[in-house]
Each structure stands twice: as C-alpha cells, then as structure tokens.
Design a protein around this ligand. Structure first.
Ligand code: TRP
Ligand code: SF4
Length: 328
C-alpha cells in the first residue's frame, strides 16, 4: 500500500505525535513505499503572521523523524513547498469542492471562534482540507497514518477524491486513515496533548526540561496532602507511566499511590527518568543531524527530488485524462 503522511512545521514535535502517528510511520516503511512531508504551507494557514514558520521547524522536525527511525533510504522525505505541482492539483480540487463540504468539516466548524480571535478566519484555513487532499492524492497515498484529530480531514479527502474521479474519470486512490493503538494522549494539564494547548512534552528534550515539565503536571485532584491515598486511574501522570514505564515498576507505583506510600513528586521523578531514557538515543542521533547540516541538506534534497518526480507524474496523468496535455 502506498503511504503518505505529514506534519505541520509549526512547533517542535511532541510525544503525542510519536504515539499517535510517527510510531506507525516507522513500522509502515518496512513493507510499504512511504512519503512523509514537512507541511510548511499548512503551517501558514493560521500562522501567516509568523512567516518564519515556513522553515524554522522544518529541519528540526525532519531530524526528529530520522532520530526515531525514519530511514531516508527507504522513505521519501520531502518539504511541501518544494512541490509546486501540489498547487495545481489543489486548484483543480478547489473547483469541485462544494462550500457546504468545507463548512461541515469539524476541525473548521469547531474552531471558527478561535480562528476569528487569532485573525486566522481566512480562505487558506478554510480550504485547508483541500490542500491536504492534494498532498495525499498527488503521491497516490492510500494509507494515511495520522493521529485521531485528522480523521475528519480524511473523511473529507475520501469524498473529494471520489467526486474528482467521478467527474473526470481519473483513478486517484481514496485514502484512509491508519490509527495507532494510542491515537490521542494526555497532556500536562490532563486535556488532550496538543500544540495549540501548549500542554505538551517535546518528543526530544534534555532530561532537565523533562523534569521541569513533569513537575508541572496535574495529578489526581483528590490527592491534596501527601498522606491522602491517590487514584492512578484518573491521574494524567499515571497515563504517561503507561507509555514509558515497564510493567513491574508501574504495578508498584499503582499500589504505592493507592496506599500513599509514594508521593506525587517522586512519582513524577520516576516518570521523568523513564521518559528521558526513552529519548536518550534519539537525542544523540538528532544532535548528530543538526551538527552536520550538509548531511541533512542532502537527505532533504534527495527526498524532494524524488517526491517532485512522482508529483509531476501524477499531474501529467491527470492532465492526460482531462485531455489537456499539450493543448492551449
Ligand atoms: N493536517 C495534518 C496535521 O495537522 C498535516 C498534514 C498536511 C497531513 N497534509 C497532510 C497529514 C497529508 C496527512 C496527509 O497534522
Ligand atoms: Fe498520580 Fe503518581 Fe500522584 Fe498517584 S502518586 S496521584 S499516580 S502522580
């Protein structure tokens, strides 16, 4: 199955991106042709006042992918803005998109007020899912490993591709989302971990930063004093122990929390330690990439060249089907 996915270049990646999507990317690349894009046009939709986001996090995000095991010799790693053909397909898709379809996309509908406040109630944000559909279709993506939050976009993409194929007799693939076992993870404040809530743990960070972040985490709200017994089932810290702590240690923490044998401070320190061990090797690898800019440049350039060739091919096919090729 052809795989296409991407992440916006708005921030450092966080552990939610890993457990929600990246862990799947790493697995899928073993037996599928994969395309992974740093989506810097999509970053601008609600961040157009920070044009530097176009590049600031691109190398950072790509080095995170590499550090966690995306292999440039297997997968095509590209930057969205290096594929101009995307804009042509995006334009064709826009022609056939009924406004009502965009109005109904929940990620738009539910964020209208927020977008107005951010002064990002704009056409680009509105048509975000159209460009996302072009990203997928131009690389003939069938499987799209993403986090749960992207499911509404992919429903939109399926319908749009179907409509395009119906109207123009093209044979673009209808994409489907591929979710992980933990598609959504809890953030520092107990809400869903998200860039926009600023409640995330970066995917790669120094132990000191991890310690400081876990210290800020909310715990079982009923556990006020050190002697109060706690309930790990409702505690965000414990939810992260489920991802980072070995079974035996976790079982011990579970019972020590319930009997108040362990305090929240120590519990958080254990978590911080385990997260840092998880990140230790990627942290080293990432340093290597960021210290050798030319190697990273080469990987990105190589990926963009490959991706662009594939995008051109698809656009040629589309123009052929529409009987446009070579005509004025
Ligand atoms: N919308 C995705 C996100 O916010 C990023 C994205 C852009 C994407 N284009 C895509 C994901 C194409 C999958 C396929 O995470
Ligand atoms: Fe949560 Fe750990 Fe405190 Fe229990 S001891 S309430 S699991 S932080």
């Amino acid at each position: 199955m052809r795989i296409l996915s991407g992440m916006r270049t708005t921030q450092r990646l966080h552990i939610g991106n890993y457990f929600g999507a990246l862990v799947n990317w790493v697995k899928l690349q073993e037996s599928n042709q994969c395309y992974f894009g740093a989506m810097n046009w999509h970053a601008l939709t609600d961040h157009f006042k920070e044009p530097e986001l176009f590049y600031t996090f691109t190398r950072e995000i790509i080095s995170d992918w590499l550090a966690y095991g995306i292999k440039p010799e297997k997968s095509v790693i590209f930057v969205q803005s290096k594929i101009p053909e995307l804009l042509e397909l995006n334009m064709l898709f826009q022609m056939i998109t009924p406004l009502g379809w965009l109005d109904r996309v929940t990620t738009w509908k539910d964020s209208i007020e927020e977008m107005k406040q951010k002064d990002a109630h704009n056409v680009g944000r509105y048509t975000y899912p159209v460009l996302q559909t072009a990203d997928i279709a131009i690389f003939k993506g069938e499987g799209v490993p993403v986090g749960q939050d992207q499911v509404p976009h992919l429903e939109f993409s399926r319908e749009l591709v179907r409509r395009f194929n119906f109207i123009y007799k093209t044979k673009l693939k209808e994409p489907k989302p591929l979710l992980t076992e933990t598609p959504a993870i809890t953030g520092l404040d107990g809400r869903k971990m998200s860039k926009s809530y600023d409640n995330f743990i970066p995917l790669i960070a120094e132990p000191e930063e991890i310690k400081a972040l876990t210290k800020k985490m909310v715990t079982d709200p009923k556990r006020v004093r050190r002697n109060d017994p706690g309930n790990p089932d409702v505690c965000p810290v414990f939810k992260l122990h489920k991802l980072f702590t070995q079974d035996a240690e976790r079982a011990q923490i579970d019972s020590d929390c319930r009997s108040a044998a362990i305090g929240c401070g120590d519990c958080k320190l254990k978590l911080a330690g385990n997260i840092s061990s998880f990140m230790a090797e990627p942290l080293e690898k990432k340093r290597k990439y960021l210290n050798k800019p030319s190697e990273l440049d080469e990987i990105i350039e190589h990926g963009c060249t490959k991706a662009r060739a594939e995008a051109k091919k698809t656009m040629d096919e589309v123009r052929d089907t529409l009987k446009w090729q070579g005509r004025v």
